[in-house]
Design a protein around this ligand. Structure first.
Ligand SMILES: NC(=O)C1=CN([C@@H]2O[C@H](COP(=O)(O)OP(=O)(O)OC[C@H]3O[C@@H](n4cnc5c(N)ncnc54)[C@H](OP(=O)(O)O)[C@@H]3O)[C@@H](O)[C@H]2O)C=CC1
Ligand SMILES: O=C(O)CCC(=O)C(=O)O
Ligand SMILES: [Mg+2]
Length: 419
């Protein structure tokens, strides 16, 4: 496809998706990347340098990523025009090249601009937000035994209140919605109808099933002992309660799970290893205290969009903070890797923040490509740099005796530790 502002590297090749959704990865794949707003300018080049070094060390020049810049957010408005936050060709490039990575993008609070991060997920139907949470030795943590936190979050990425269906208080539109609810639906529980904004929370069986299916399959493929459906179904019965119900039904119907002691928990044998996988559920508020008190009880987490957003940052804090928490947004054919944190605007351009989150997101990307030798080197470099206490400000302020490195300095320390 011909692009207007995107320069496709002449010596790179597109990753192809096979009919069974596996990837056909050439040795010179083109990887589209969005630099990101705020600290994107600091962390993205460091991530690229670390990943290039890991690939070089692993494959000695036989394999190389060909980075291709694509645009979204403030940089896009400078290039394409002041109202163009997410150009069509950015979406087209991610679709064409199948695997991409992005820095964080700003979403102003209130006002009319909706989240570009959410828009990317919705437009590309990247319905899984995958966020693994694990401990690296030496990382500062508020827990006594942080190594017991080892979870993988599957956050539903396309529905829930993130669908952005809402109307502002005081507008004719919200009045129409409230009139409809009161007059035609018999609703009499809107406490202050004249000054309410209204938001809608769609949660479907299809959306739930495709997410829970991925979470259970991940538990099978990675020999994990449990999948926990996290919801607030006691209050939101037909959305979060239905998510739980549909999740259990799917586990029984598609994976042959059987109820334990009359249910609703159920379990089945991993077809690959024969070990038992338990499918259970937890109510979101109780879950947030359980992860602090008994993190070892939880492995794979399947949850709705808003819960997943909260849980991601809370769990990240247990093992060092959002500065090193990685993630990916995935459909069956496209994967867009991204840090869990945002644009941290007060640190933008200072070469200060931790690039670990984006680097570990790229490490997930290498694994997704099947380039495990390079991915392993990234983990090795990260583990050793942290264990050596050569860290960025966020860790340095919490670790006695640590040496303070800049964002780029940490990238270099990580590279120096790779075999
Ligand atoms: N996927 C995305 O692109 C996301 C975008 N956003 C957007 O980002 C903007 C800012 O959001 P905000 O709520 O401030 O959240 P941020 O995640 O940007 O920052 C919150 C705090 O987290 C810490 N932090 C974040 N990133 C790093 C890092 N790389 N290294 C070390 N510490 C880090 C800093 O803590 P401290 O002050 O203690 O140093 C920072 O002040 C908003 O517009 C929001 O919508 C938010 C989340 C995700
Ligand atoms: O899009 C945003 O501005 C925030 C998104 C977010 O917090 C997340 O995806 O974790
Ligand atoms: Mg978030």
């Amino acid at each position: 496809m011909a692009y207007e502002k995107i320069a496709v590297p002449a010596d790179g090749q597109a990753i192809a998706v096979n009919p069974d959704n596996s990837l056909n990865v050439p040795d010179n794949p083109v990887i589209p990347y969005i630099e990101g707003d705020g600290i994107g300018v600091d962390i993205t080049p460091v991530m690229q340098k670390v990943i290039d070094a890991a690939v070089e060390k692993a494959y000695g020049g036989e394999r190389r990523l060909h980075w291709m810049e694509i645009y979204a957010g403030e940089k896009s408005t400078r290039l394409y025009g002041e109202d163009v936050w997410l150009p069509d060709e950015t979406l087209a490039a991610i679709r064409e090249f199948s695997v991409a990575i992005k820095g964080p993008l700003t979403t102003p609070i209130g006002g009319g601009i909706r989240s570009l991060n959410v828009a990317l997920r919705q437009d590309l139907d990247l319905y899984v937000c995958l966020r693994p949470v694990r401990y690296y030795d030496g990382t500062p943590s508020p827990l006594r035994e942080p190594e017991k936190t080892d979870m993988v979050i599957f956050r539903e990425n396309s529905e829930d209140i993130y669908a952005g269906i809402e109307w502002q208080a005081g507008t004719p539109e919200v009045k129409k919605v409230i009139d409809f609810l009161q007059q035609e639906m018999g609703v009499n529980k809107i406490r202050f109808p004249d000054s309410s904004g209204i938001g809608i929370k769609p949660v479907s069986r299809e959306g739930t099933e495709r997410l829970v299916r991925k979470a259970i399959q991940y538990a099978i493929d990675n020999d994990r002992p449990s999948v926990t459906l996290v919801h607030k179904g006691n209050i939101m019965k037909f959305t979060e309660g239905a998510f739980k119900q549909w999740g259990y039904e799917l586990a029984q119907r598609e994976f042959g799970a059987k109820e334990i002691d009359g249910g609703p928990w159920c379990s089945f044998k991993n077809p690959d290893t024969g070990t038992e996988i338990v499918v259970k559920d937890a109510i979101a508020d109780a879950f947030l205290q359980q992860i602090l008190l008994r993190p070892e009880d939880y492995d794979v987490i399947a949850t709705l969009n808003l819960n997943g957003d909260y849980i991601s940052d809370a769990l990240a804090a247990q093992v060092g903070g959002i500065g090193i928490a990685p993630g990916a947004n995935m459909s069956d054919t496209v994967a867009l890797f991204e840090a869990t944190h945002g644009t941290a605007p007060k640190y933008a351009g200072q070469d200060k923040v931790n690039p670990g989150s984006l680097i570990l997101s790229a490490e997930m990307m290498l694994r997704h490509l099947g380039w495990v030798e390079a991915a392993d080197r990234v983990v090795q470099g990260m583990s050793r740099a942290i264990a050596n206490k050569t860290v960025t400000y966020d860790f340095e302020r919490l670790v006695p005796g640590a040496s303070l490195l800049s964002c780029s300095g940490f990238g270099d320390a990580l590279i120096a530790q790779m075999a």
